[in-house]
Design a protein around this ligand. Structure first.
Ligand SMILES: NC(=O)c1ccc[n+]([C@@H]2O[C@H](COP(=O)([O-])OP(=O)(O)OC[C@H]3O[C@@H](n4cnc5c(N)ncnc54)[C@H](OP(=O)(O)O)[C@@H]3O)[C@@H](O)[C@H]2O)c1
Length: 250
């Protein structure tokens, strides 16, 4: 199947590890040039190395997606380096389990800032670049928690991820007539660093409750991001694709 991504320019936020790193490599395998954005330089540069190993051009731009100036600079540096922007995965995110009544205002703000406000900031600066290109596709990373089910202790994360799905639908409607497709993906349990604080016993219980009896791998999400950004998905917009090994179908 021709994905139509050869020579295109893809931007991945949260590209320094996990799903973002796998997505950067998957875009490169599909023939795209890749811009990797995250706060950690060493890890971001390691993703760039992995992308270059595939034979693609790549650039790391140190970015805190919660800061408007950083996001604006990220888009400018992408255009300076590669001349255009075609595909985006707004993937940066973070969540910590804290009982709702014990959560501080600072913790609420930090999680909603990175998981929701930052996605809006990214869209605000990315969409004008896509309009200049003349077409484009964006995938925003939501979550099974927030988009589909509730998870105890993840109140602000789930609220923000639910917001990402609403934001995605609204943005998709605003730009559908201008050849820009905007979709969301809601991953279930995916084996990445984000699970490092979950005790092994709870992790095993979660895995046992998944119909496919395994956690997803970053690659399982990355290939779906690339497909959603490709010509193969050219009539899909405003969609929230749940990828969870069947968990929420039970
Ligand atoms: N793994 C799962 O089970 C799961 C399930 C549902 C949804 N998700 C979502 O998938 C996305 C990727 O998570 P992951 O599982 O791959 O975890 P991860 O390996 O911890 O990746 C999170 C990424 O977000 C980046 N990030 C966090 N805050 C940032 C900020 N302020 N500015 C820029 N980058 C920032 C991190 O980079 P730096 O620290 O270098 O900035 C890192 O690259 C997240 O949105 C997460 O909520 C994951």
């Amino acid at each position: 199947m021709e994905l139509g991504l050869k020579g295109k320019v893809a931007l991945v936020t949260g590209g320094s590890s996990g799903i973002g790193r796998a997505t950067a490599v998957a875009f490169a395998q599909a023939g795209a040039k890749v811009v990797v954005a995250a706060r950690r330089t060493q890890e971001g540069e390691e993703t760039v190395r992995l992308v270059k190993d595939v034979g693609a051009e790549a650039l790391f731009v140190q970015t805190d997606v919660t800061k408007a100036a950083d996001v604006e600079a990220l888009v400018s540096k992408t255009l300076e380096a590669f001349g255009q922007l075609d595909c985006v995965c707004n993937n940066a995110g973070f969540g910590k389990t804290v009982p709702l009544t014990e959560r501080s205002e600072e913790e609420w703000d930090a999680e909603t800032d990175v998981n929701l406000k930052a996605v809006w900031l990214c869209l605000k600066y990315q969409i004008p670049a896509l309009l200049k290109t003349g077409s484009g596709a964006i995938v925003n990373m939501a979550s099974m928690g927030g988009g589909v089910i509730g998870v105890p202790g993840l109140s602000s994360y789930n609220a923000a991820k639910g917001g990402v799905i609403g934001l995605t639908r609204s943005a998709a409607m605003e730009f559908a007539g201008q050849k820009i497709r905007i979709n969301a993906i809601s991953p279930g349990l995916i084996a990445t660093d984000i699970l490092s604080n979950v005790p092994q016993e709870s992790l095993q219980q979660m895995i046992d409750s998944i119909p496919m009896k395994r956690a997803g791998q970053a690659h399982d999400i990355a290939t779906a991001v690339v497909w959603l950004c490709s010509d193969a998905a050219s009539y899909i917009t405003g969609h929230n694709l749940v990828i969870d090994g069947g968990f929420t179908v039970q």
